[in-house]
Design a protein. Sequence first.
Lengths: 249, 434
Amino acid sequence: MALLEVKDLKVRVEEREILHGLTLTVNEGEIHAIMGPNGSGKSTLSHVIAGKPGYEVTDGQILFMGEDLLEMAPEERAAKGVFLAFQYPVEIPGVTTMNFLRTALNAQRKARGETELMVPDFLKKVREVSKSLNIPQDMLKRGVNVGFSGGEKKRNEVLQMALFEPSLCILDEMDSGLDIDALRIAADGVNALHSPKRAMVVITHYQRLLNYIVPDFVHVMSKGRVVKSGAKDLALELEESGYAQYEDA
Amino acid sequence: MNVAVAKTGNGRAVSDLFTSAEGRLPGSPSVIAARREAFETYERLGLPHRRIEEWKYTDLRALVGEVLPLAANPDAAALKRAADAVKAHAIAGARKLVLVDGVFAADLSDVKALAAEAGFRTSRETLEKDAGLLTTAPTDAVISLNAAMATDGVVLDIADGAQLSAPIQIIHIATAASASAFTRSQVAVGKGARATIIESFVAAGAKAYQVNDAVIVSIGDNADVAHIRLMDDAPDAVNITSQFVTVGANVKFNVFNMTTGAAVSRLQGFFTLAGEGSELSVNGVNLLQKTEHGDTTLVVDHAVPNCVSREVFRAVIDDRAHSVFQGRIIVRPDAQKTDGKMMIRALLLSDEAEADNKPELEIFADDVSCGHGATAGALDDSLLFYLKARGLPEKQAQALLIQAFVGEAIEQIADDDLREHVIGIAERWLERRQ
Ligand SMILES: Nc1ncnc2c1ncn2[C@@H]1O[C@H](COP(=O)(O)OP(=O)(O)OP(=O)(O)O)[C@@H](O)[C@H]1O
Ligand SMILES: [Mg+2]
C-alpha cells in the first residue's frame, strides 16, 4: 500500500479552483521533489495535505496509509505521521520553543496512546538534535520563531521534524532564505531522518537543494496539475530549459 | 434573618440588613454611630446602577439585585472546611492570615511567625476603639456599605526598614452559602521596607455568597512592595473590592490582580502618587467564562512630579462573559514629568463575549508623557493552525495561545514561586473550559 495517494484532487480557494485534478503517489522510503513556477499550487497541495482550513476539496481524494486523510482533523494527521515544514513558519510570541516542542510531542504521543516522554529524555533528545542542526540552546528559550532569522525558522522546522519522527515529511521551500552553509546543515538534518519507512516530499525552485537531498522522483507542477514526472535528471533539465514548455500543457 | 425578608420591599428590608447585624459589629458607641451614618449613606444611594457614571458598565442593581444578610460566625464545621481550603490555596513559604466568612481565624493563621517581623492586629480589635479605619477617600455606595458592615480584617504595620523574609498571604474563605462577608483591612508599609502581600479569595464549598472587601494601603518612601490579589471565588459568587493606595517618594510598587471566578466582580483601585520619583505598576488579568461579569476600575492620580505609572491589563473572555476595564490617569497641575501609560488588550473567545474599555486621561500639567492603547480581537487562526498541524487539539492549542496572551501581564510578577502559583490558577481556569 502506498504511504500517500493523492487522486485526481480538485481544490478551490475562495470560489477559484487552484488544483485541477492532481495525482501523486508516494511510497515508504521514497524521496519526491516537486518543482514548478510560482503560483502553480505547490503550497496549496501541502496545505490541503496538512489540513489547513479555507480550502474546499471539490473532487478526488487523499489516502494516507490507506485511510481517508481528508476526514481527519489536522492534529490527527500530525499524530498519524504527517508533517509539513512550512514555507512561512509563523511566530508565536509568549510560547517558548521548548514548551511548544514538549506540548506538541506529548499531544501526538497521547493521541497515539503512548505515554508522555519523561522530561530528562525529552531534554536530551532536543539537545542532541538542536546541536546537530546548529541551533543554539538559548534560541529554544525564546518564543516560537520570534525574532528568528529566515534561516533559523527553517532550521526550527527541521528540528521539529526530527523530534516528532513523522512518516511523511513535506518540505515546502525549505531552502528559501538559507545561506549555503545553513542549507547544507538543514539538508544533512533531513538526510539523517531519511529511512526505509519515511518518505519525503521536497518542494523547491532550485536544483541545488536536490544535490544534497537526492530525489528518487521529480514532478513538475504547473497550473494545479502534475504535468511531468521523471527521475532526478528531470530537475537538471528544468534548470536548463525552465518551465515555459509546460506552461500551456 | 432569612433571605425572604431581605427580598421584600426596598427601604425596610435594607435596614434589616444593618439592624440585624448591628449586635455583631465591633465598635464602641461612637464607632457604631459612624457605621450607622455610613449605612444611611448607603441606604440613601442604594446599590450603584448604570446612571452612576463610574458604574455605567456594572449595574449592580441589575446584576446583583440585593445584598445578602451578614454571614454567621463560622462554627467548628465551617472552620474545618476552611482549614482544607487553606491547604489547597496557601502559597508555599508565605505567612497566612485567614479570614473565614469575614471573621479572622487565628488558629488557621501564622500570627506568631508574622509578629516577629510585622505589627499585626485584627480589624475587629482596631474598630473596638477607633472609627478611623472606616474613613476613606473616595467613597461610594458599596464603600459606605462596607464601612457600615465590616466585621473584621487585618491591620498590618510593617516598620521602617523592615525586610520581610516571607510574603504575607491574606486568605479570604467563604463557607457560608447565600450570605455576605464584609471585610476591611489596612496595610501600612514603612520607609525603606520590603514586602510582598498577597490576597486570595476562595470558596470552601460555599455557593452564591457575596464579598465586599476594602483595603487601605500606604507605602512609605523608598519602600519596595508587591501586592497581589487573586480573586478565585466560586462561579456564582459576587466580589466587590475597593483598594485605596497612597504611595510615598522613590517607591517601587508592583500590583497584580487576577480574576478567575465570581459571577459578578468589581475591583476598584484608587492610587495616589503622593511622593516624587516613584514607579507604580498595576497589572491585571481577567479570565471570564459562562455569563461572568468582571470589572476592573482603576484611578491613578499623579499628585506630584516625576512619577511613572504603568498599567498592563489583559482580559480573556469566553462564552457570554463581559469584561470591563476603566482606567483613569489624572495628572495634577504640579505633576510635571509624569510618565503614565496604560495598555489594555482583550481576547474574545466567542462571538457573544463582550469587552468594554474606557480609558480616560485628565491631564493638567504640560510637560508629561501619557498615553493609552486598547485592542480587542480573537485568537489568530494561522497560529492555531500551526499548533494543530503539530498535533495539538483545538482546545489545547487555544490554551497555549491564551497562556501566552496573559503571560505578558503575569510575567510582571518577579517572584518565581508566586508567578508559578498564579500560572497554576490560570491553568485551572483553562481546564474548566475543556
Ligand atoms: N487564500 C488564498 N486566497 C486566494 N488565492 C489563493 C489563496 N491561497 C493561494 N491562492 C492562489 O493559489 C495559487 C497557488 O498558490 P500556491 O501558494 O499554492 O503556489 P506555489 O506553487 O506554492 O507558489 P510559490 O512557488 O510562489 O510558493 C496562486 O495563484 C495563489 O494566488
Ligand atoms: Mg509556495
